[in-house]
Design a protein around this ligand. Sequence first.
Ligand code: PPE
Length: 308
Amino acid sequence: MPITPTSKIWMDGALVDWDQAQVHVLTHTLHYGTGVFEGIRAYATARGPAVFRLRDHLQRLERSAKVLSMDTPYSVDELYEAVRDTVRASGLDACYIRPLIYLGYGEMGLNPLPCESKVSVAVWPWGAYLGEDGLASGIRLKVSSWARHDSRAMPTAAKATGMYINSSLAKVEAVRAGYDEALMCTTDGFVSEGTGENVFVIRGGRVHTPPSSAVGALEGITASSVATIARDLGYDVVETLLRRTDLYVADEAFLTGTAAEVVPIASLDDRVIGDGRPGPVTKAIQEAYFAVVRGEDDRYKDWLDYVD
Ligand code: PPE
């Protein structure tokens, strides 16, 4: 789906026209993947657009930069205002928000320490990441032949641009084989995550998800929100190592992510999960999640940052 341009992008302290938000071809991050980013969503609510867990995302951005020894030239408070300004300038009720810290033009070579950090925030409308049909009916998943990064080789706790070669390789393989999404496992064969989503498995009424640090998965903000929502709905939520076969024999399974939201998994490796339709636990959690992000549930109002 092509990007729909909006009017302004925040670049290093100011809103610039969409078409002017450009970098030089010798930008360090373009060559070595030395950047960190976030994916955030703003939702339409009765009180206007609200950004979901904005501070949590910006704090993760700051932590990712720290892991890569990159300077963050703006504080979380400054970036918080930058995001709200950019969303406001777009005039959109709902959008996807992409803050990026990258190393700009000026130095080359593998030592990034002399490079200057640059920051941008772009917003655009982004619909259902894995399709409306996927959200409603579930998606088809395939275990990737690419293992998830080993945390001894890559800093899996950081949401860094270059890390996503791993996800892209897995995604291309899955899509070419006719699946919607890939499931990545560790080199030891434990379930890690989707290419841009965390994974949850339901068996015997209990909700299971892998411990992110042990399997090299990103510590998802949607996953932590969903775990809280699921517990408040009365479900047990446990972190445990899972094998691919745990999904084959699960009652239900779903993926979570800012872009993907809460997406039921219909099958893995052509093994239909449950009866292949979104199950009751998945549906209850999905419905509650959408009510929360749209500001319809007061218990979670601290998770919303209103733009106006
Ligand atoms: N794992 C990975 C690898 C990942 O990229 C994401 C987000 C998650 C888990 C879920 O994290 P969270 O959004 O905090 O719940 N992926 C972002 C980028 C997707 C893209 O295509 O780009 C996102 O969802 O914004």
